[in-house]
Design a protein around this ligand. Structure first.
Ligand code: GCW
Length: 683
């Protein structure tokens, strides 16, 4: 599993012959580390697929038939359709690429052209992807560019190499040995990310330690940056608000204190001396015990802008997280947590400096198996927003359960916020369609030092899908699954079809056996793994599952309408109207927005209680179906990966039943209703 989707396995004989004729040599400007990385990847990929790497064609030599020509900005003389290529190049921007079969000096060549070095690397990876999927070289014609300028991974990696919510072993960053010992794995990490177009990496946990800004750690980060740089990946750091105070270099961390601002400006200068292309800071402030500007009576904009001014002279940015929930005045008088980020950030719209982006978590509660899109999307027209997805599966069965997140990401990106009473998906908001403020996308990484990087084979697909959607949020999650399966296993319909079928049903399955019909936050305290809908004794009321499902003998669900917390009013009027009425609320969000009696009639005529039980049952049945599908793949998958996946699916089967049985038993205890006779799975 180490090779991820960059396996470059030998092609079948007929395809090999066609590719051999189309890959006789590489003509590339040998002048920058990025172009050299592109040429090296082409050689590696072709050596794997063909059994022989193409030679390098020296700069002034004549191209021969089958040359792969890498052209940056200026096209080579003698190119057959130079005008068409120029037109394409004009539309792919500074990171895009054009790939096509054409002729140079009368002989057939493959042209990979771009306006920049990184475009050449991305184009090379795109071409290799098509080849791995079995596309004939003659049939490949690509012109593409990323939709968002900021496509980053957030590592929640601690400086002691533990990883918060990480299920794939220790951190890949070997902080002990850096900066002088460089694990070759860092280069493979960069290759995998560049193959998707990921262009930023926040190296450390948002629950940050002051030490990360000490000279020793800056040097370690610089060593990583040196490896990632040729692959177009900038390094960022998560910073702790109180750093200067904790290092005893200032007397306060008040953002309006000039000594504090001066400290951060000096720190930024120091960082940029060693990492000239440093990306900037990610900040979790005044959230879950992390210090922040509110400790000094200042708001989030005061804090973010102070840091932004330290970074601005170096063109650095601040990604300021909106994942906040206010401490309650009294433990039992909490307001709806789902509404708190909006309440704090909406009034600050337009108050942030230009180089601040507000990073909004996918889901106003917390990365649940399903949440409606966060109401801040569409509500902050004067602030660029970053979508924060969780690629690691904190609430979705860790690396044990097979859950393909492409479907989850797609659902959120396509959520129509109706901002301005017009179609305005979350993806369009990120792209700046609302008011020209272009944001970005961040994924909490699922990467660790485990041999297969992500703890399980299928979790590699979540890294892959995140990266592909970061490049183009409109891609179809099923098409992405097909790409991944073709490269990871084999581009053979007998493999791809069943693998993709498993992936595509997996997200709905986990929703069904964990938190169907809009239920949320019912996971065990702390670890967030198994079921615990009964927990009611935690320090804060809004940490307790009972606070969210509110099940008793009369009904179940969280009322977020005007009769309840009225969080629904945070959505644009059209969306708010739809969610305010149970009859027009999509069933998958029903209990997110409504508290309903157990005998509430669902659209299919069954009672809510019967339907709820049926969903739990269906989730378990879906895992059984996934297991059966996998068994049929035995002849096509190597024994090692086959057995590993099979064991995980068997465990998922047991745990899906555990979730169902625990939740139904608990809710039955609350409702006092008999188990519905002969419940059938929902259609
Ligand atoms: O989902 C919760 C996690 C915490 C995490 C926090 C956050 C990094 O349980 O582990 O802390 O969110 O996103 O800040």
């Amino acid at each position: 599993g180490y090779d991820l989707w960059l396996r470059y396995r030998a092609l079948p004989a007929a395809q090999k012959t066609a590719l051999a004729a189309a890959a006789t040599g590489i003509a590339a400007p040998d002048d920058t580390p990025t172009v050299r990385a592109a040429a090296a990847e082409l050689k590696r990929g072709l050596a794997g697929m063909l059994g022989r790497a193409p030679d390098a064609i020296p700069a002034n030599a004549k191209v021969r038939a089958g040359t792969i020509v890498l052209a940056r900005a200026t096209l080579p003389a003698g190119l057959a359709d130079a005008d068409a290529v120029r037109r394409d190049l004009a539309s792919v921007g500074s990171e895009g690429y054009v790939v096509r079969r054409t002729r140079q000096d009368g002989v057939p060549v493959t042209l990979i052209a771009a306006n920049s070095d990184i475009g050449l690397l991305y184009g090379s990876f795109a071409w290799l992807r098509q080849l791995q999927l079995g596309t004939a070289p003659d049939g490949i014609a690509l012109a593409d560019k990323p939709a968002l300028p900021l496509r980053v991974l957030n590592h929640w990696d601690n400086l002691d190499r533990t990883v918060e919510r990480g299920y794939a072993g220790e951190s890949i960053w070997n902080w002990w040995e850096l900066p002088n010992i460089i694990d070759p794995r860092y280069t493979d990490y960069a290759r995998a990310n560049a193959s998707l177009g990921i262009n930023g990496s926040v190296l450390n946990n948002v629950n940050a330690k002051a030490e990360v800004l000490s000279p020793a750690f800056i040097a370690k980060a610089a060593a990583i940056a040196n490896v990632l740089r040729p692959y177009g990946i900038r390094v960022y750091l998560s910073v702790r608000w109180s750093t200067p105070l904790e290092l005893k270099e200032t007397k306060t961390a008040d953002p309006l204190d000039p000594a504090v601002a001066a400290w951060w400006a000096r720190k930024a200068d120091e960082i940029y001396r060693t990492i000239p292309d440093f990306g900037g800071f990610l900040v979790k402030a005044n959230s879950e015990g992390q210090p922040g500007p509110q400790d000094y009576g200042r708001n989030h904009a005061d804090g973010a802008n102070m840091l932004a001014r330290a970074l601005a002279p170096h063109k650095g940015i601040v990604m300021w997280r909106a994942f906040v929930y206010s401490p309650p005045a009294h433990p039992n008088q909490v307001s709806d947590r789902a509404a708190q980020a909006y309440d704090q950030f909406k009034p600050l719209d337009g108050k942030f400096d230009k180089n601040v982006l507000v990073q909004v978590k996918n889901g106003a509660i917390d990365f649940q198996p399903r949440e409606p899109a966060h109401p801040l999307f569409g509500a902050m027209p004067d602030t660029p927003l970053v979508m924060e997805f969780q690629v690691t599966k904190e609430y979705l069965g860790f690396a044990t359960h097979l859950v393909y997140l492409g479907s989850l990401f797609q659902e959120t990106l396509r959520f129509d916020t109706r901002a301005g009473n017009q179609p305005m998906t979350v993806a369009r908001v990120l792209e700046g369609a609302q008011d020209g403020r272009v944001g970005g996308i961040a994924g909490v990484a699922n990467i660790g030092s485990s041999r297969n990087w992500t703890g399980s084979t299928f979790d590699q697909a979540n890294w892959y899908a995140y990266g592909r959607l970061a490049w183009n949020p409109d891609l179809d999650s099923r098409a992405i699954a097909r790409e991944w399966a073709g490269q990871t296993f084999a581009p053979d319909a007998r493999v791809v079809d069943p693998v993709v079928a498993m992936m595509m049903r997996s997200r709905e399955a986990v929703v069904d056996y964990m938190t169907p019909l809009g239920l949320h936050h019912m996971m065990g305290t702390g670890h967030h793994y198994g079921p615990a809908p009964w927990v009611d004794d935690l320090a804060r009321a809004d940490w307790n599952p009972v606070y969210y499902h509110r099940a008793d003998k009369n009904g179940i669900g969280f009322d977020r309408t005007a009769k309840g917390s009225n969080a629904v009013a945070q959505y644009a009027p059209e969306v708010a109207r739809r969610f305010a009425d149970p009859a027009t609320t999509p069933p998958e969000f029903l209990l997110w927005f409504h508290h309903l009696p157990w005998d509430y009639r669902m659209p299919d005529g069954r009672t809510l209680w019967t339907d709820l039980v049926a969903h739990y049952d269906h989730g378990v049945a879906e895992v059984a179906a996934m297991q059966a599908e996998w068994q049929r793949l035995r002849p096509f998958v190597d024994a090692r990966r086959f057995d590993d996946v099979a064991q995980r699916l068997a465990q998922q089967q047991r745990e899906a039943a555990w979730w169902r049985d625990a939740c139904i038993a608990y809710f039955q205890h609350q409702s006092g209703l008999p188990l519905p006779a002969g419940v059938r799975a929902p259609a």
